[in-house]
Structure formats: structure tokens, C-alpha cells
Design a protein around this ligand. Structure first.
Ligand SMILES: CCCCCCC/C=C/C(=O)SCCNC(=O)CCNC(=O)[C@H](O)C(C)(C)COP(=O)(O)OP(=O)(O)OC[C@H]1O[C@@H](n2cnc3c(N)ncnc32)[C@H](O)[C@@H]1OP(=O)(O)O
Length: 712
């Protein structure tokens, strides 16, 4: 609701709808009622609108979307119209985050004040829609079309100071906001409001709008990668040169188009799933859940290993204000890491943050930390050695976490006398940038240890997802079938750039081969060598070229590595790179290698469509997701979706692999395609439909219903 009060001649409307004061129907109604009351009362000469509690309204109530409640009268447009046309000056007083409809309300007001810490923006594009309460029409009238396009298509929040420079807010106020806002409102009483109405202004440099839009189009389309909202936002902004009412009509038309698109619900699902993963639970062990398991307090963290991962993790921990002891046995590596960390931390706070960092070459210096994150090379023998040492030197309560991307947590825990305090914390590179943290419980991990790892994720600003223990956990296990099918496509006739193009057109920032070159083709190679599938010099003796342990195997990636083509770091991988450049250029050497291989093994080259590439790569990945759910490795399909959205660049506008499977492809069609492909390739095990998928198609039922504790 919105609480109405008066302070002398000023009516104050305080939106009170925790947690973020969104415009649920009852809030909209209360605002319209309050404005009418203030208009009617002759003693009231000005109006202040603000938010109670933590924030100015953060926008429309997203939970109302699609339910009909969002358009129930009065809708948000009517509220804003009442503000804009009010005869008495309306002042929006902003603290916290004025977002979406909240920011649009401020723009419809006659004056805007903000506290220094306030932030504002129009993030609707992330929900697959546009700022449909006049945001695409009012903002360009203040900041111009170019800046409006930048703000609206990025959805970025700006700080109060920047809003002041852009002419969005009229004043930044220090001290008590209510007091300041009331005093400001009094100072403008009696002044005409007509020339304060943004709706009545014209867009600056209107004659250049088409030019600006044209210049922005290419970049937006490249960044959007199949998302329809960004360019639709631009179309709405382009209409801001029209008279206000005509622009609003165009905005409404485009908003209706987006609201009914398949992408808007997918992006709103992504928004809520990102928050839902905080309500984690073990699918079988009832003691392990977010409600009852209590985390240990973590003030200091040990990091073992100062390589790329250890360094990134250390930066992340320092940025969050934690004390870190970074251990590295190689002095040169340790010094290099310290220098990089210093450079990466922002200038402003570097020295304070660096004072929280202690370096160590001796394990005994880790004795007092609350948790240790091991980030050494991905090798079981080495990890076990490290864990033995950690178990011997650290205090008994210390939690021992392994930053492994797929090794067996139980096997690591077994070398310690505290398997209940061992957990997996899988960070993604670069660890100080990537938001995903895949936390893995082992057979004996205690509720307290799980809760501590999950809480640490929150402390360091990660999106933490809890999963069970299996080779590759959730993310990399699913990726395995995707990369396997990508190389099988090369055998049949596709070239690396064909596969990458199709996957990038689907919406991934990078296809599998460009990705392989970026992370290093030798990562997978070393893994396959460790598993005995190949050796540095080719297949083990007496091994069939195209099979390993009864499964189809494509040796092309191994052949690439044997040529020393380890990706960008060696200037050549699946592609070639000019010195100092990261642009992937198709390489005749690789294409010849593939061609010779096809000839040697009797593969007949054929043209493969983009659609087949996408299906052959993504459907087995999704199919593995069904296996994972069936085994209880992920508790809910949304956990898998969040892992893919935040760790693997899965395009957000499709909701994530499992959402996409159910709501976009349709489970029946997915099953049918997998059956067709597995009939064509009976020895590609990952194309065999999972029993869970078959069962769901046969019996009906939804993925959301499989989960525990889900609110969605
Ligand atoms: C004819 C009809 C025309 C209609 C036109 C409508 C045009 C307007 C459209 C919009 O306004 S769309 C909404 C735009 N706003 C946003 O996208 C903001 C989304 N929220 C956030 O970015 C963040 O939540 C925050 C406000 C920055 C706060 O972040 P913080 O980390 O502090 O908290 P969270 O954990 O994210 O959120 C707490 C809690 O609140 C729920 N929530 C947040 N925003 C909304 C919302 N707009 N609607 C409904 N619920 C919201 C969030 O899910 C969390 O819930 P729980 O997980 O705790 O249950």
C-alpha cells in the first residue's frame, strides 16, 4: 500500500510493500487514491512520493506478470498519468534503487531528489520486456536518444551523481530524506508545473535520431544474440521523436508484443530462479537444507595454489572484505600472483584490501583459518596430498574445500579424518568475475559444512548452487555430451566455424571450438590422458581408433593437441591467431587435418544444417540434465538452469537448458528428436533418451513439480 500523511501543506505518499516496494495492484490503487485525496485537499500544496524501508519502488511486481493482475485497473500507466497531470507539484524522493516502473514514476514526477547512495535504471530488458510505463518516451526527452538507448538496452543502474550530471535528478540531498523532500516540496509550491512535465518536452537533436539508431543497431544486435527485447526497446525509443501520445501508443504496441513473446516468461523465470537457488536443499538428506542448517562464521580463508584459479579466488575473497592466507610453494609464482592481485584490485581500496592478504609457503601458516579452498592443478593424486597436509595442520573445525571442476569429492574427503568438513567449491574462470559457484556435497559432508560453503558464496557475491557428487558434477558433466557431439559433427562434414556459428546464433557468446581455444585445448586432453583414453603420443596400443571402452570416440581433439595446437596461448588451436590478436581465423591446416581424417576413416562429407548442429549439440546436453535430475545430483531443474545461465553462457532469453526443453522445444518433440538421432547414431550413448524424459512424456508432469521446495 501507500501510506498517506500530511506535513503542513505537503502530502506525503510512502509506498510500503516490502521487500522492494514493487507496484502490486494494491500499491497502484493506494497511489491513485492518495493523489486524488491530495488534489482535493485545498490545504495540500505539494506532494512527495517516496518508499518506506529499504528502497524507492523497484518497479512493477514481476510476480503479477502473466496473471492479469499487472493490467488490473488502475494499471501503472494510469498511476503515472495521474502523477504527470497533477496540478500540484509532485516530488519523487529517491533512496535505494528506483528501477523500472519505479524510475518511470520518478520521471513522471515534476521534481526528483535522491540521496547520494541511490541508484536508478530501467532493467526491463533483462526481463524480456521494455520500460512500458513511459520510460522509452520520457528518458530520451531528458538525456537524449543515444544515452537512453545505452541505458535501456543495457538495463544498467546509474548512481545518483551520474543521474544529476545527466539532468535526471534535480538535487542530491544529504541527511534525512523525508525532511529534505518536504522542505524542497514547500520551496516549489505555487510554481507552475506545466514546464516541469517531461512528457511535454521534445527530444534533443531529434533530427539525428535515425542516424543514432542506425549506429547503435549493429552493436545491439551483436550483443543481443537472439534476444528480441533490446532491439524492440530501440524501436520504442525511436518513437520518442513523435508527439508524446503517439510515442506512448507505439511503446504500448511494442510492449504488448514483448509481453506475449516466448522470451519474456523465460527471462522472468531466470530472474526468480537466480533467487530461488538460495533456498537449497539436499534431495534425500532432510538435515541439509537452507532453513535448518547453520553456517559457521567465516572471517579468514586459506587459498592453496596461486595459479589462475587461486589468484581469482583470492581477489574475490579480498573484495568481499575477508582475510586471506594464500599459500604457494613456488616463490616466483607467489610473487607474480601478488602483483597481479594488487593490479586487479581497484586503486581506491587496493592498499586496504592488500593488508588483509598474507602469503605463505608453509602449510603451518594455514593453521588458524576458518576454511581452506584448495585450488591446485586438477589432479587427484596432487589434491589428495594437499588434503592430507591440510588435515594435519589446520584446526579441527576448519572446513576444507576443493575447487575441483569434476573430481570425486568423496575420494578427496577419504584421505582426511574430517570427511564431514570436506566440500567441493567449483569456481569458474575468471573466478573474480564469473558469478557461478557450484557447491558439491559428498556422502559425509555435514549440514553445517554445506551451509558454510553456501553462505560463503553469498558473502563473496556469487550465485551459489548446491549439487551432488558425480564426475563433472552438473555443469561439466552436461558439457561433456555437448563437446563430444560437436566433434562428431566435424567427422561428418561440419567445420569448426560452422558449429561455432550455429551455437553463437542460438545465443551463446562462444561456440565450443572458440571456447576450447580460449580455455586451452590441452585441458580436456590431459583429462583424457589421466583417464587412459589416450596418451601424449596417440591412442594406447591395440586401441580401436574410433572407440574407447565400447563407446564411440573421436580422436580429432587429441590429434590437434599432439600438433602443439593448444589454443590461443600457442597462437593456434581449432583456429589460428595473428600475433597479439584473439580473432579466431579458420585455418587450412586444421581443415586439411579433418579432411584427411575423414578420408582415412571412411566418413563421407555432407552439408549439415545449423538446425541439426544446434540440436545435435544441445539436445544431448539437456538429455544429460534429465539423467542428473533422475539421479538426484541436482535437486531441481532450476538449479541446472542457473548453473548454465551463470557458468556456461547459456542465453538468458531462453531461460536455461531445462526451461528451454520443456517450455520452448516441448518434451515430446525433444524425445522424438533424440530418438531419431539415436536411431541414426546408435553408438552415441548420450543421444539415448533418459528414462526420466521418456517417463515424463509418457505420464505427463512438469519439471517444476519434480523439485523440492520450489516456489515457481
Ligand atoms: C498496461 C500495463 C503497463 C505495465 C508497464 C509496466 C512497466 C514496468 C515494468 C517493470 O517495472 S518490470 C520490473 C523492473 N524492476 C526490476 O527488474 C528490479 C528487479 N529487482 C532487482 O533488481 C533487485 O531485486 C533489487 C531491487 C535491486 C534488490 O536487490 P537485492 O539483492 O537487495 O534483493 P533481491 O534478493 O534481488 O530481492 C528481494 C526479493 O524481492 C523480490 N523482488 C525484487 N524485485 C521484484 C519485483 N520487481 N517484483 C517482484 N518481486 C521482486 C525478489 O524476487 C526477492 O524475493 P525472494 O527471493 O526474497 O522471495
Amino acid at each position: 500500500m501507500a501510506e498517506y500523511s500530511t506535513l503542513g501543506s505537503v502530502a506525503v505518499l510512502q509506498v510500503n510493500n516490502p521487500p522492494v516496494n514493487s507496484f502490486s495492484h494494491h500499491v497502484r490503487q493506494a497511489l491513485v487514491d492518495g493523489l486524488e485525496r491530495a488534489q482535493r485537499d485545498p490545504a495540500v500544496r505539494s506532494i512527495v512520493i517516496m518508499g518506506k524501508g529499504r528502497t524507492f519502488p523497484a518497479g512493477a511486481d514481476i510476480r503479477e506478470f502473466g496473471s492479469g493482475a499487472a493490467v488490473k485497473m488502475p494499471n501503472l500507466l494510469m498511476v503515472l498519468q495521474a502523477v504527470d497531470t497533477c496540478q500540484k507539484p509532485v516530488v519523487s524522493a529517491i533512496h535505494g534503487t528506483a528501477l523500472g516502473g519505479g524510475f518511470e514514476l520518478a520521471l513522471a514526477s515534476h521534481y526528483r531528489l535522491a540521496v547520494p547512495s541511490a541508484r536508478m535504471g530501467l532493467p526491463e530488458v533483462h526481463l524480456g520486456i521494455l520500460p512500458g510505463a513511459g520510460g522509452t518516451q520520457r528518458l530520451p526527452r531528458v538525456v537524449g536518444v543515444k544515452t537512453a538507448i545505452q541505458m535501456i538496452t543495457s538495463g544498467q543502474h546509474i548512481k545518483a551523481q551520474q543521474a544529476l550530471s545527466l539532468g535526471i535528478v534535480d538535487k542530491i540531498v544529504q541527511g534525512d530524506l523525508l525532511k529534505e523532500a518536504v522542505s524542497f516540496a514547500r520551496s516549489v509550491e505555487g510554481r507552475p508545473v506545466e514546464d516541469r512535465r517531461i512528457s511535454q518536452k521534445t527530444v534533443p537533436e531529434a533530427d539525428k535520431v535515425d542516424e543514432v539508431v542506425e549506429a547503435a543497431r549493429k552493436t545491439i544486435l551483436r550483443k543481443a544474440r537472439g534476444a528480441i527485447a533490446p532491439m524492440t526497446c530501440v524501436q520504442a525509443i525511436q518513437a520518442s521523436v513523435l508527439p508524446f501520445e503517439a510515442g506512448m501508443a507505439r511503446e504500448a504496441e511494442l510492449m504488448a508484443f514483448l509481453m506475449t513473446s516466448w522470451q519474456a516468461p523465460a527471462q522472468q523465470y531466470a530472474f526468480f530462479s537466480e533467487r530461488e537457488v538460495r533456498r537449497w536443499s539436499h534431495p534425500r538428506d532432510k538435515r541439509i537444507n537452507f532453513k535448518t542448517a547453520k553456517p559457521r562464521v567465516v572471517k579468514s580463508v586459506g587459498v592453496v595454489g596461486a595459479g589462475t584459479m587461486g589468484m581469482g579466488i583470492t581477489i574475490n575473497l579480498l573484495q568481499a572484505g575477508l582475510k586471506v592466507v594464500m599459500l604457494e610453494v613456488n616463490k616466483k609464482q607467489l610473487d607474480k600472483a601478488v602483483n597481479t592481485i594488487k593490479k586487479t584490485l581497484s586503486q581506491k581500496s587496493a592498499s586496504q584490501k592488500m593488508s588483509q592478504l598474507t602469503t605463505a609457503m608453509d602449510y603451518s601458516q594455514l593453521r588458524d583459518v576458518d576454511i581452506v579452498i584448495e585450488a591446485v592443478f586438477e589432479n587427484m593424486r596432487l589434491k589428495k596430498e594437499v588434503f592430507r597436509k591440510l588435515d594435519a595442520v589446520t584446526k579441527p573445525q576448519t572446513i576444507l574445500a576443493s575447487n575441483t571442476s569434476g573430481l570425486n569429492i568423496d575420494e578427496i574427503a577419504a584421505v582426511t579424518k574430517r570427511p564431514d568438513k570436506v566440500v567441493g567449491t567449483h569456481f569458474f574462470a575468471p573466478a573474480n568475475v564469473m558469478r557461478l559457484l557450484e557447491n558439491i556435497y559428498g556422502r559425509q559432508t555435514s549440514p553445517e559444512t554445506v551451509a558454510t560453503a553456501m553462505q560463503l558464496g553469498v558473502t563473496i557475491g556469487k550465485v551459489g548452487v548446491l549439487v551432488g557428487n558425480c564426475p563433472g558434477f552438473v555443469g561439466n558433466r552436461m558439457l561433456g555430451s555437448y563437446t563430444a557431439e560437436a566433434v562428431f559433427l566435424l567427422e561428418e562434414g561440419a567445420e569448426p566455424q560452422d558449429v561455432d556459428r550455429a551455437i553463437e546464433e542460438f545465443g551463446f557468446p562462444m561456440g565450443p571450438f572458440r571456447m576450447g581455444d580460449l580455455s586451452g585445448t590441452d585441458i580436456g586432453w590431459k583429462g583424457r590422458i589421466a583417464k587412459g583414453l589416450t596418451t601424449e603420443h596417440g591412442p594406447p596400443p591395440a586401441t580401436p581408433a574410433l572407440y574407447r571402452r565400447g563407446n564411440r570416440y573421436c580422436p580429432l581433439p587429441d590429434m590437434l593437441c599432439m600438433k602443439g595446437r593448444l589454443g590461443q596461448k600457442t597462437g593456434a588451436g581449432w583456429y589460428r591467431y595473428e600475433p597479439g590478436s584473439r580473432t579466431a581465423l579458420p585455418d587450412p591446416v586444421v581443415l586439411q587435418m579433418i579432411q584427411d581424417y575423414r578420408q582415412e576413416h571412411g566418413f563421407k562429407k555432407r552439408t549439415i544444417s545449423s538446425q541439426e548442429i544446434v540440436e545435435r549439440c544441445l539436445y544431448p546436453l539437456i538429455n544429460e540434465g534429465f539423467h542428473i535430475l533422475d539421479e538426484g545430483i541436482a535437486a531441481r531443474s532450476l538449479d541446472i538452469d542457473v548453473i548454465y545461465l551463470f557458468g556456461y553462457g547459456w542465453p538468458r532469453h531462453t531461460g536455461g537448458p531445462m526451461y528451454y526443453a520443456e517450455r520452448v522445444i516441448g518434451l515430446e518433440k525433444l524425445l522424438c528428436s533424440l530418438e531419431t538421432y539415436s536411431a541414426r547414431y546408435p553408438d552415441h550413448a548420450h543421444l539415448q533418451p533418459s528414462p526420466l524424459l521418456r517417463n515424463m512424456v509418457a505420464k505427463g508432469g512438469s519439471l517444476a513439480a519434480l523439485g523440492t521446495d520450489s516456489k515457481l
